[in-house]
Every structure is written in C-alpha cells, then in structure tokens.
Design a protein around this ligand. Sequence first.
Ligand SMILES: [Cu+2]
Length: 469
Amino acid sequence: MPDPMTRRTFLGTAAAIGAATCVPALAAPPSRRLIVGRRTIEVLGKSAEVYGVTDGNGRAGLLLEPGERFSVAMQNALDEPTTVHWHGMTPAPELDGIAETGYVAPLAAGEVRNFDFVPRPGTHWMHSHHGLQEQSLLTAPLVVREADGLDAQEVTVLLNDFSFRDPAEILAGLTGQGGMAGMDHGRMGGGTAPMDHSAMAGMDLNDVEYDAFLANDRTLADPEIIRTERHGRVRLRIINGASATAFWIDLGAREATVLAVDGNRVRPVTGSRFPLAQAQRLDLLLEVPAGALVPVFARREGDVARTGIILAAPGAQIEKYAGASEAAEAPVDMSLEQRLIAATPLGARPVDHQLMVMLGGAMAPYTWTLNERTWQQRQRLEVKPGQRVALEFMNHSMMAHPMHLHGHHFQVTGINGTRIAGAMRDTVLVPPMGSVSVAFDADNPGRWLYHCHNLYHMMAGMMSELVYV
Ligand SMILES: [Cu+2]
C-alpha cells in the first residue's frame, strides 16, 4: 500500500507550485466542513444510535451552490476509522473517499482530511465505504445546484433501510456464520399480505429483514411534512441510500416529469411510478395544486412496506398514511430505464475496447462474484487512457444487482440485447438473468472500484477494480 500521507504530500506540492506561480487560491482553507459522528434518532418509538455526516450547522450532508468548488475539510469524530465516498463525483482517484484501491488509508479516529476538486452538478450523495457503516446510516445527500433557471422548490429525500440489529449480525446471518444461518435467507419481502408469486417466480428479492424504511430518517408514523411554496412547483431530489433495498417511487394519481437520473439530465419523461435501485438518484418535477396533499411514497419491492414524505399545499388538511400497503409491490424493473434518453449523451465515436463482466452468486451459499471471483481473488479490468470503452454486465444470477463504477459516468447503451441511447449514470440495475451494456470514455486515469451496491453482496465478494494501464 502506498504511503497514506500521499494526499498531504500532494497538497504540499500543489501549494508549492501555487506559491511559485502566484496562484493564491491554492492557499485558501477549505470553505466547507463535514463531520462524521454519532447521533440518536427515534424509529418506531425506540431510540437508535446511528452515524451521520453533518455540515457543522447540524444539517445532513452538503449543498453546493452553482459553480462552487468541492472544498471540504472532513473530520472523523468517531472513535473508529471511516471513509466517506462522494458517490457521483468524478475527482482524481485519491480524492474518491475510499481506501480499497490503496491511494490513501481510512481516516483514523479524530483525523481531519481535506478534499478539493470541481464537483459534478446534480443530485448525488455521500456514504461510508468502510465495513458496514453504511447500514447504520452513514449516508447523506450531496447536492450540487445548477443555474438551470428552474423556478421550483427543492426538496431532497434520502431513503434508507433500517434495522435495530447490529449490521455485522445481519451479514453473519446471511453468510451462515455466527450460528444464525437461514435467518435472512430467501425471504420474498417480510409482508404477510397476499403477493403475486407468479410475477416473481424464481427471483430472489430482499435478502434482509428490516425493522423500518426511512425517508429523511423518519417513517410514515411520523413523516416529514413539507409545505409547498412557489405555486406548488416542486423539484424532488430522491436518493436511494438504502444498503439492500430497491424501491418504487409512487405518486399515486399524480404525474411527475423525470428531469435527471444519477445527477444527469434526461429528455423529459412523465409517469407516476418510478423504480429506484440502491445508490441511484431521481430528480422529479411535479405540481402540487392549491389545497392538495401529495404523499411521495417509496415502496419496497416485493413487499408491502413503504416509507415517504408528504408534500402539503398551504391550508391542506394533513392525513395519516399507513406504513404498509394492501398488496406487495412488484420487483423493480427496466421499464423506466428503457424509456430514458440522455440529454447530453456521449459524443459519437467508435468503441476502442470491449469488456465483459459476469455477475454470479446465490443466496446459499451467500457468495457473490464478478467474473466468478470475489474481491479477494479479483482480476482487474484494464483500460487505456483516452479509450471509448464498452462494458457489458451479464447477470447469471436470480437477483438484480445495481452496478456502480467509481470515477466515471457511463451511458446505458443496451438492455437485454436491445440497443438504446439511454441515460448517463453511475449506477445501473442489471436484471436477473439479463444483461445491460454501458459505454464510457476512459478520461480519469487511476485505479477504480466497481461493485454491486447491495452492501451485503459487496461484502460477500461482489467488488473488483478497473485500472488504467
Ligand atoms: Cu448485488
């Protein structure tokens, strides 16, 4: 592993160059602060100790104004190591907020580390990439505003899955270690309501039994209620920060327009129900008429459980919404993906390099692989700087996997063999026994992680590296 001080050495060098060439900006201290700490929240009437990332003023995460640099001093106020990955950002690899590729060590307890780069506009998020901290809500929004002239009230919704159990116990239950084998195996949701099993025949959904699903840390027993302004025009920035849960965003009878996915603009598409896999983001524009109450539900796939927030026009009478629907929700699918068209696609040019990744694994034994190897046995994918790379994910398992590539955004170019000029993304769902093709430009040299964004799949092997050679 390289010297963990690399980052500091790099900054020192940059500062020296700055001084020599009279660039005073490099000497400026970070303009923003983030603190990784512990906090207590209440879930279903019980208190729970979880992690959090706040900006020093008690607000979760970071909201950057148009044109603002990502200039952050991050403090690890925990008594244990951590890393915080800037999901959706494309900085140099040593600033990616992860330690697995060996550029930097995790932040030690008490350590402060500076990050400085040009951020990518849009709805993104930050989360721990260390152990299982993400499951204990070490997740927060990272929103970079654009001067896009959209006159709408901005509402950010961070979704999480929640368990009172220790995440290590959940993982041990899945992998069959710790004498809890079978506890979480093969459940199709946790609901008792009737479920259309034929629609899900043979598919595995929802590895983990959860106690609750949260929207901005709250359940529907006590949801966040947002009073609408500006004649009810709302831009929803929805982030799926759940460790192992895909949702359907459900607006009932209300229609919304998709503005962006994973922070990337798409050609407008309208609908009332939108699938959202782990780590993905969805920007929706909708109108809340005078006097109206609009619940924005996130319904867990394959289950009756739901969470959400309530948009309320001034004067609207607040109603209660149950935390469970009457019927189980369908599995998330590719219905939205195949309709999406990037507003700013990759430039037209031939593909220089073709890569293929096989997704494999099963619930028992609980091992998940990329090209038949776990992280420990990984075989790196190689690209050369400047290449247009086509990457095909072939899913040979019975479960969908949200695949994330660090340091890049790719365009979705094919679903199950059908070519599309799809959305730009950093995380794409690969359906069970299906395939998804993506393309990207190799424009960010270094060593990069790619992995399934189901935390337990990742911990059970489903992570590897893409390296520039
Ligand atoms: Cu997976």
